[in-house]
Design a protein around this ligand. Structure first.
Ligand code: MGD
Ligand code: MGD
Ligand code: SF4
Ligand code: MO
Length: 724
């Protein structure tokens, strides 16, 4: 563990852990406080996306409403308690709940920021394995589950993610991605990726953006195709069909690397191009030209992101994006998608985790990437029976705002016997919490993000140093999960002997007054680097600005494949079946009274639901709006700035309209992540809130049967004018 000197002014070189861009930052610390955060221009890999969110991170660290001590609910308010009291009470209540209802009566929901800590998920899993609960929920079903499903089926590991060789690409096909705003990151990261793509464009590369909205990225593109939401699969299948019909495929890869070509060809030939064109509402001729240009380009890649995933056909869209890359010879090729080994073989580590065949109690659904679908959570809490969820931990998540149909989830959370939240602030999803536990911010943590090392577009490692100490009693999550396991007297990781070992190390640490001798994540960081490829602990420490420890190499894809036959499976049966099902469905048609599809956009200054209230962000106004196409607005008599009501079968929100030509007709954009209250458990002041929660309009069911993702970005809604 690195010691933080609280008094002398110093600059700490570390990296921002709000998103996978992982921007290198210089943090100036004076008297134990962060006084400035700027881009670390000596970072050789990742500072070029540096943004206002990273620059203002200290405003979250010093947030006046931050939870700094464990707080226990007493009636309608909270009182401070010690960690010992919190752990003892939570352990006793959880043990009793498990005694009565079995291990699945205790559940977890884990949100996106957990992935940017090296220890959070690992230690939480150690505790879950200790108590034996499989009621695990995760942000994946409202984010990237489709990618894991596709990676597992095509490449043999859910963590197999090819990275983008942006600097050699001649043809970028960006589908449902807005890298101008969101940075080039989803489950891969190319620092400064958008700027680098624009640099390629200046050298002659083509950028095509497929998006129902004319986004910041679409504005810079050579071609913008304003697709009908949720129908990317039809466009991409149309492209596959044209490529086969015209013999444009890369024969070497199709014969050698890919397996399943006959099934894929059969699917493509069963599809009718005019039908596909009508489904996605892109003219047939445009699909043909796009397919030809894409196949002909020297280096090319399809990139698919949340605009593809957050729909009922998201897995098929994602799959067909990968298929296009494979059949046109873009895998492991210059300007295409490459396999980056990183310093840790994450695929090997993942293979150690025993797959769990747990099915959900009520809907009998399997897990996806080790977790159940968020849409199932409310009923699993409210429906009586053995295994009914009675206790929950919400860890770094805000599912009432970031997930579908938040009102239902909120009502369910209110019925729990025990809701434990570990977070920096008490937000919307946490309002019924019995315990609020204070988490550490990344500026207060040391992190080695080994599992994501292969997601960066070059071999890169940086030890994320903490800059300041956590305030009050705030602690990293790992400590809570480990202490809770010991208090519940269950074997950490489900392995006997580990608890005794942990206690022994703690005893030694106490006796010698050397805290670092107690078992903790730093042991694991050291072990991982010891087992890693190409780096050593010492060398990592000698590179405080981060270290690019090798070249971008091709040629590792084949060996990395985890399929038994070492081939890429281009036509997994479940995908082909689902595609045939989609082909047989009627064309998308709006239900009566709900003629619009609800789209979403991200903003540079937002991070899902959790930074909007930071004072230094959104200087031009903290609010979200209903952005309506000018033709639609005229038909409804709506003028710019009018109050409107947007409603669906499950909810309604009221907000101001913005009349615009950015969304295609029939699409209304309301940004997600707004309308999340920040409570004041210490001071008891009124909650702060900005904007409205548009996910209240999204029905949690149906879901994509393969990824269990609801239609977060294509819910059918109606719009009516309320007044000026
Ligand atoms: N309509 C629509 N909905 C969407 C999306 C969309 O595009 N459209 N995007 C989806 C996507 S991609 C995502 S990732 C999800 C996000 O969904 P979630 O991850 O559930 O929610 P967030 O809004 O990211 O909230 C994260 C919470 O973690 C807390 N937090 C931050 N850092 C830490 C930390 O270090 N430790 C702890 N313990 N807590 C911390 C924050 O204070 C906040 O309360 O939203 C999804 N929802
Ligand atoms: N500033 C900022 N950056 C972020 C985040 C953030 O909240 N703020 N979140 C981070 C996270 S957690 C993630 S997962 C990544 C996400 O990264 P991206 O997926 O690139 O995120 P978005 O900017 O939401 O871009 C998705 C685009 O898909 C479009 N879209 C919606 N529906 C459809 C559709 O049916 N078809 C097509 N073709 N397009 C559609 C939307 O209009 C939008 O422009 O960004 C990360 N970076
Ligand atoms: S939030 Fe901004 S500064 Fe932080 S890693 Fe992402 S892009 Fe970089
Ligand atoms: Mo995400």
């Amino acid at each position: 563990m690195l010691e933080v000197t609280p008094t002398s002014p110093q600059t700490v070189h570390t990296f921002c852990r709000y998103c996978l861009a992982s921007c290198g930052v210089d943090v100036t610390v004076e008297a134990g406080r962060v006084v400035k955060i700027s881009a670390d221009k000596q970072n050789p890999h990742s500072w070029t996306d540096f943004c206002a969110k990273g620059r203002t991170a200290a405003q979250l660290v010093e947030h006046p409403r931050r939870i700094t001590r464990p707080m226990r609910r007493v009636g309608e308010s909270y009182v401070e308690a010690t960690w010992d009291e919190a752990i003892a009470d939570i352990a006793a209540r959880m043990s009793a709940i498990i005694e009565a209802g079995g291990p699945d009566a205790v559940a977890t929901y884990t949100g996106n920021p957990s992935g940017f800590s090296s220890s959070n998920l690992l230690f939480m899993t150690g505790w879950l394995d200790a108590i034996g609960s499989q009621n695990r929920y995760y942000v994946g079903s409202v984010d990237q589950n489709n990618l894991h499903v596709v990676a597992q089926a095509m490449y043999g590991s859910q963590l197999f993610v090819p990275v983008s060789d942006v600097d050699n690409c001649d043809f970028f096909l960006l589908v449902g991605a807005n890298p101008a705003v969101s940075a080039w990151n989803w489950v891969e990261s190319v620092p400064g990726g958008w700027k680098r793509a624009l640099a390629r464009q200046r050298q002659g590369a083509t950028i095509v953006v497929v998006d129902p909205v004319r986004t910041e990225s679409a504005e810079k593109a050579d071609l913008h195709l304003a697709i009908r939401p949720g129908q990317d699969w039809a466009l991409l299948l149309g492209m596959v069909k044209v490529i086969f019909d015209e013999g444009l495929e890369h024969r070497e890869d199709c014969g050698d690397l890919a397996i399943g070509m006959p099934e894929l060809r059969a699917l493509a030939s069963a599809a009718d191009l005019d039908d596909l064109a009508a489904r996605c509402d892109i003219p047939r001729a445009d699909i043909e030209t796009l397919a030809r240009d894409f196949a002909a380009a020297l280096g090319a890649m399809v990139i698919t992101r949340t605009g593809v995933s957050l729909h009922l056909a998201g897995t098929i869209g994602e799959w067909l994006g990968h298929v296009l890359n494979v059949i046109t010879g873009r895998m492991d090729r210059s300007g295409g998608r490459r396999f980056e080994r990183g310093y840790v073989d994450a695929l090997k580590l993942a293979a150690f985790a025993k797959p769990v065949d747990h099915r959900s109690r009520l809907q009998d659904r399997p897990m996806v990437a080790g977790h159940h679908g968020l849409d199932e959570l409310p009923d699993e809490i409210t429906t009586p029976g053995q295994g009914q969820i009675r206790a929950m931990v919400i860890n770094a998540g805000n599912p009432v705002v970031s997930g579908p149909d938040g009102a239902r989830l909120d009502a369910a959370l209110a019925q729990l016997d025990l809701l434990v939240v570990i977070d920096l602030l008490q937000r919307e999803s946490h309002r019924h919490a019995h315990w609020l536990l204070p988490a550490a911010h990344w500026l207060e943590r040391d992190d080695l993000l080994a599992l994501t090392s292969g997601l960066h577009d070059e071999p890169y490692v940086q030890y994320g140093r903490r800059a300041v100490d956590p305030p009050g009693e705030a602690r990293e999550e790992w400590r809570f999960f480990l202490d809770l396991t010991l208090a519940m007297k269950r074997p950490f990781l489900g392995m006997r002997g580990v608890n005794q070992f942990v206690k022994a190390t703690r005893a030694v640490a106490n006796a010698t007054r050397k805290p670092s001798l107690a078992f903790g994540p730093h042991w694991i960081d050291r072990m991982i680097i010891g087992l890693s490829r190409g780096i050593s602990w010492r060398a990592v420490m000698e590179h405080p600005h981060g270290w690019v420890f090798g070249k971008r190499e091709f040629g590792h894809l084949r060996t990395a494949l985890r399929t038994e036959d070492k081939r890429i499976h281009v036509a997994p049966a479940e995908f082909v079946d689902r595609a045939r099902e989609l082909l047989s469905e009627p064309h998308p048609k709006s239900p009566a009274g709900r003629p619009f599809q609800l789209a979403n956009s991200r903003r540079r200054h937002s991070m899902n639901s959790w930074l909007n209230d930071i004072p230094g962000l959104h200087p031009s106004g903290k609010d979200n709006h209903a952005v309506i196409n000018a033709k639609d607005a005229a038909a409804l008599g709506i003028a710019d700035g009018d109050r409107v009501r947007v409603f669906s079968d499950v909810g309604a929100v009221e907000l101001a309209a913005v009349v615009s030509d950015r969304p295609r007709p029939g699409v209304v954009i309301v940004d997600h992540g707004w309308g999340s209250r920040v409570f004041d458990p210490r001071g008891g002041a009124e909650p702060i809130s900005f904007g409205v929660n548009r996910n209240l309009l999204v029905d949690g069911s149906p879901v994509d049967p393969l990824s269990q993702t609801p239609a977060l970005s294509s819910a059918w809604v109606g719009v009516e004018r309320l007044g000026p």
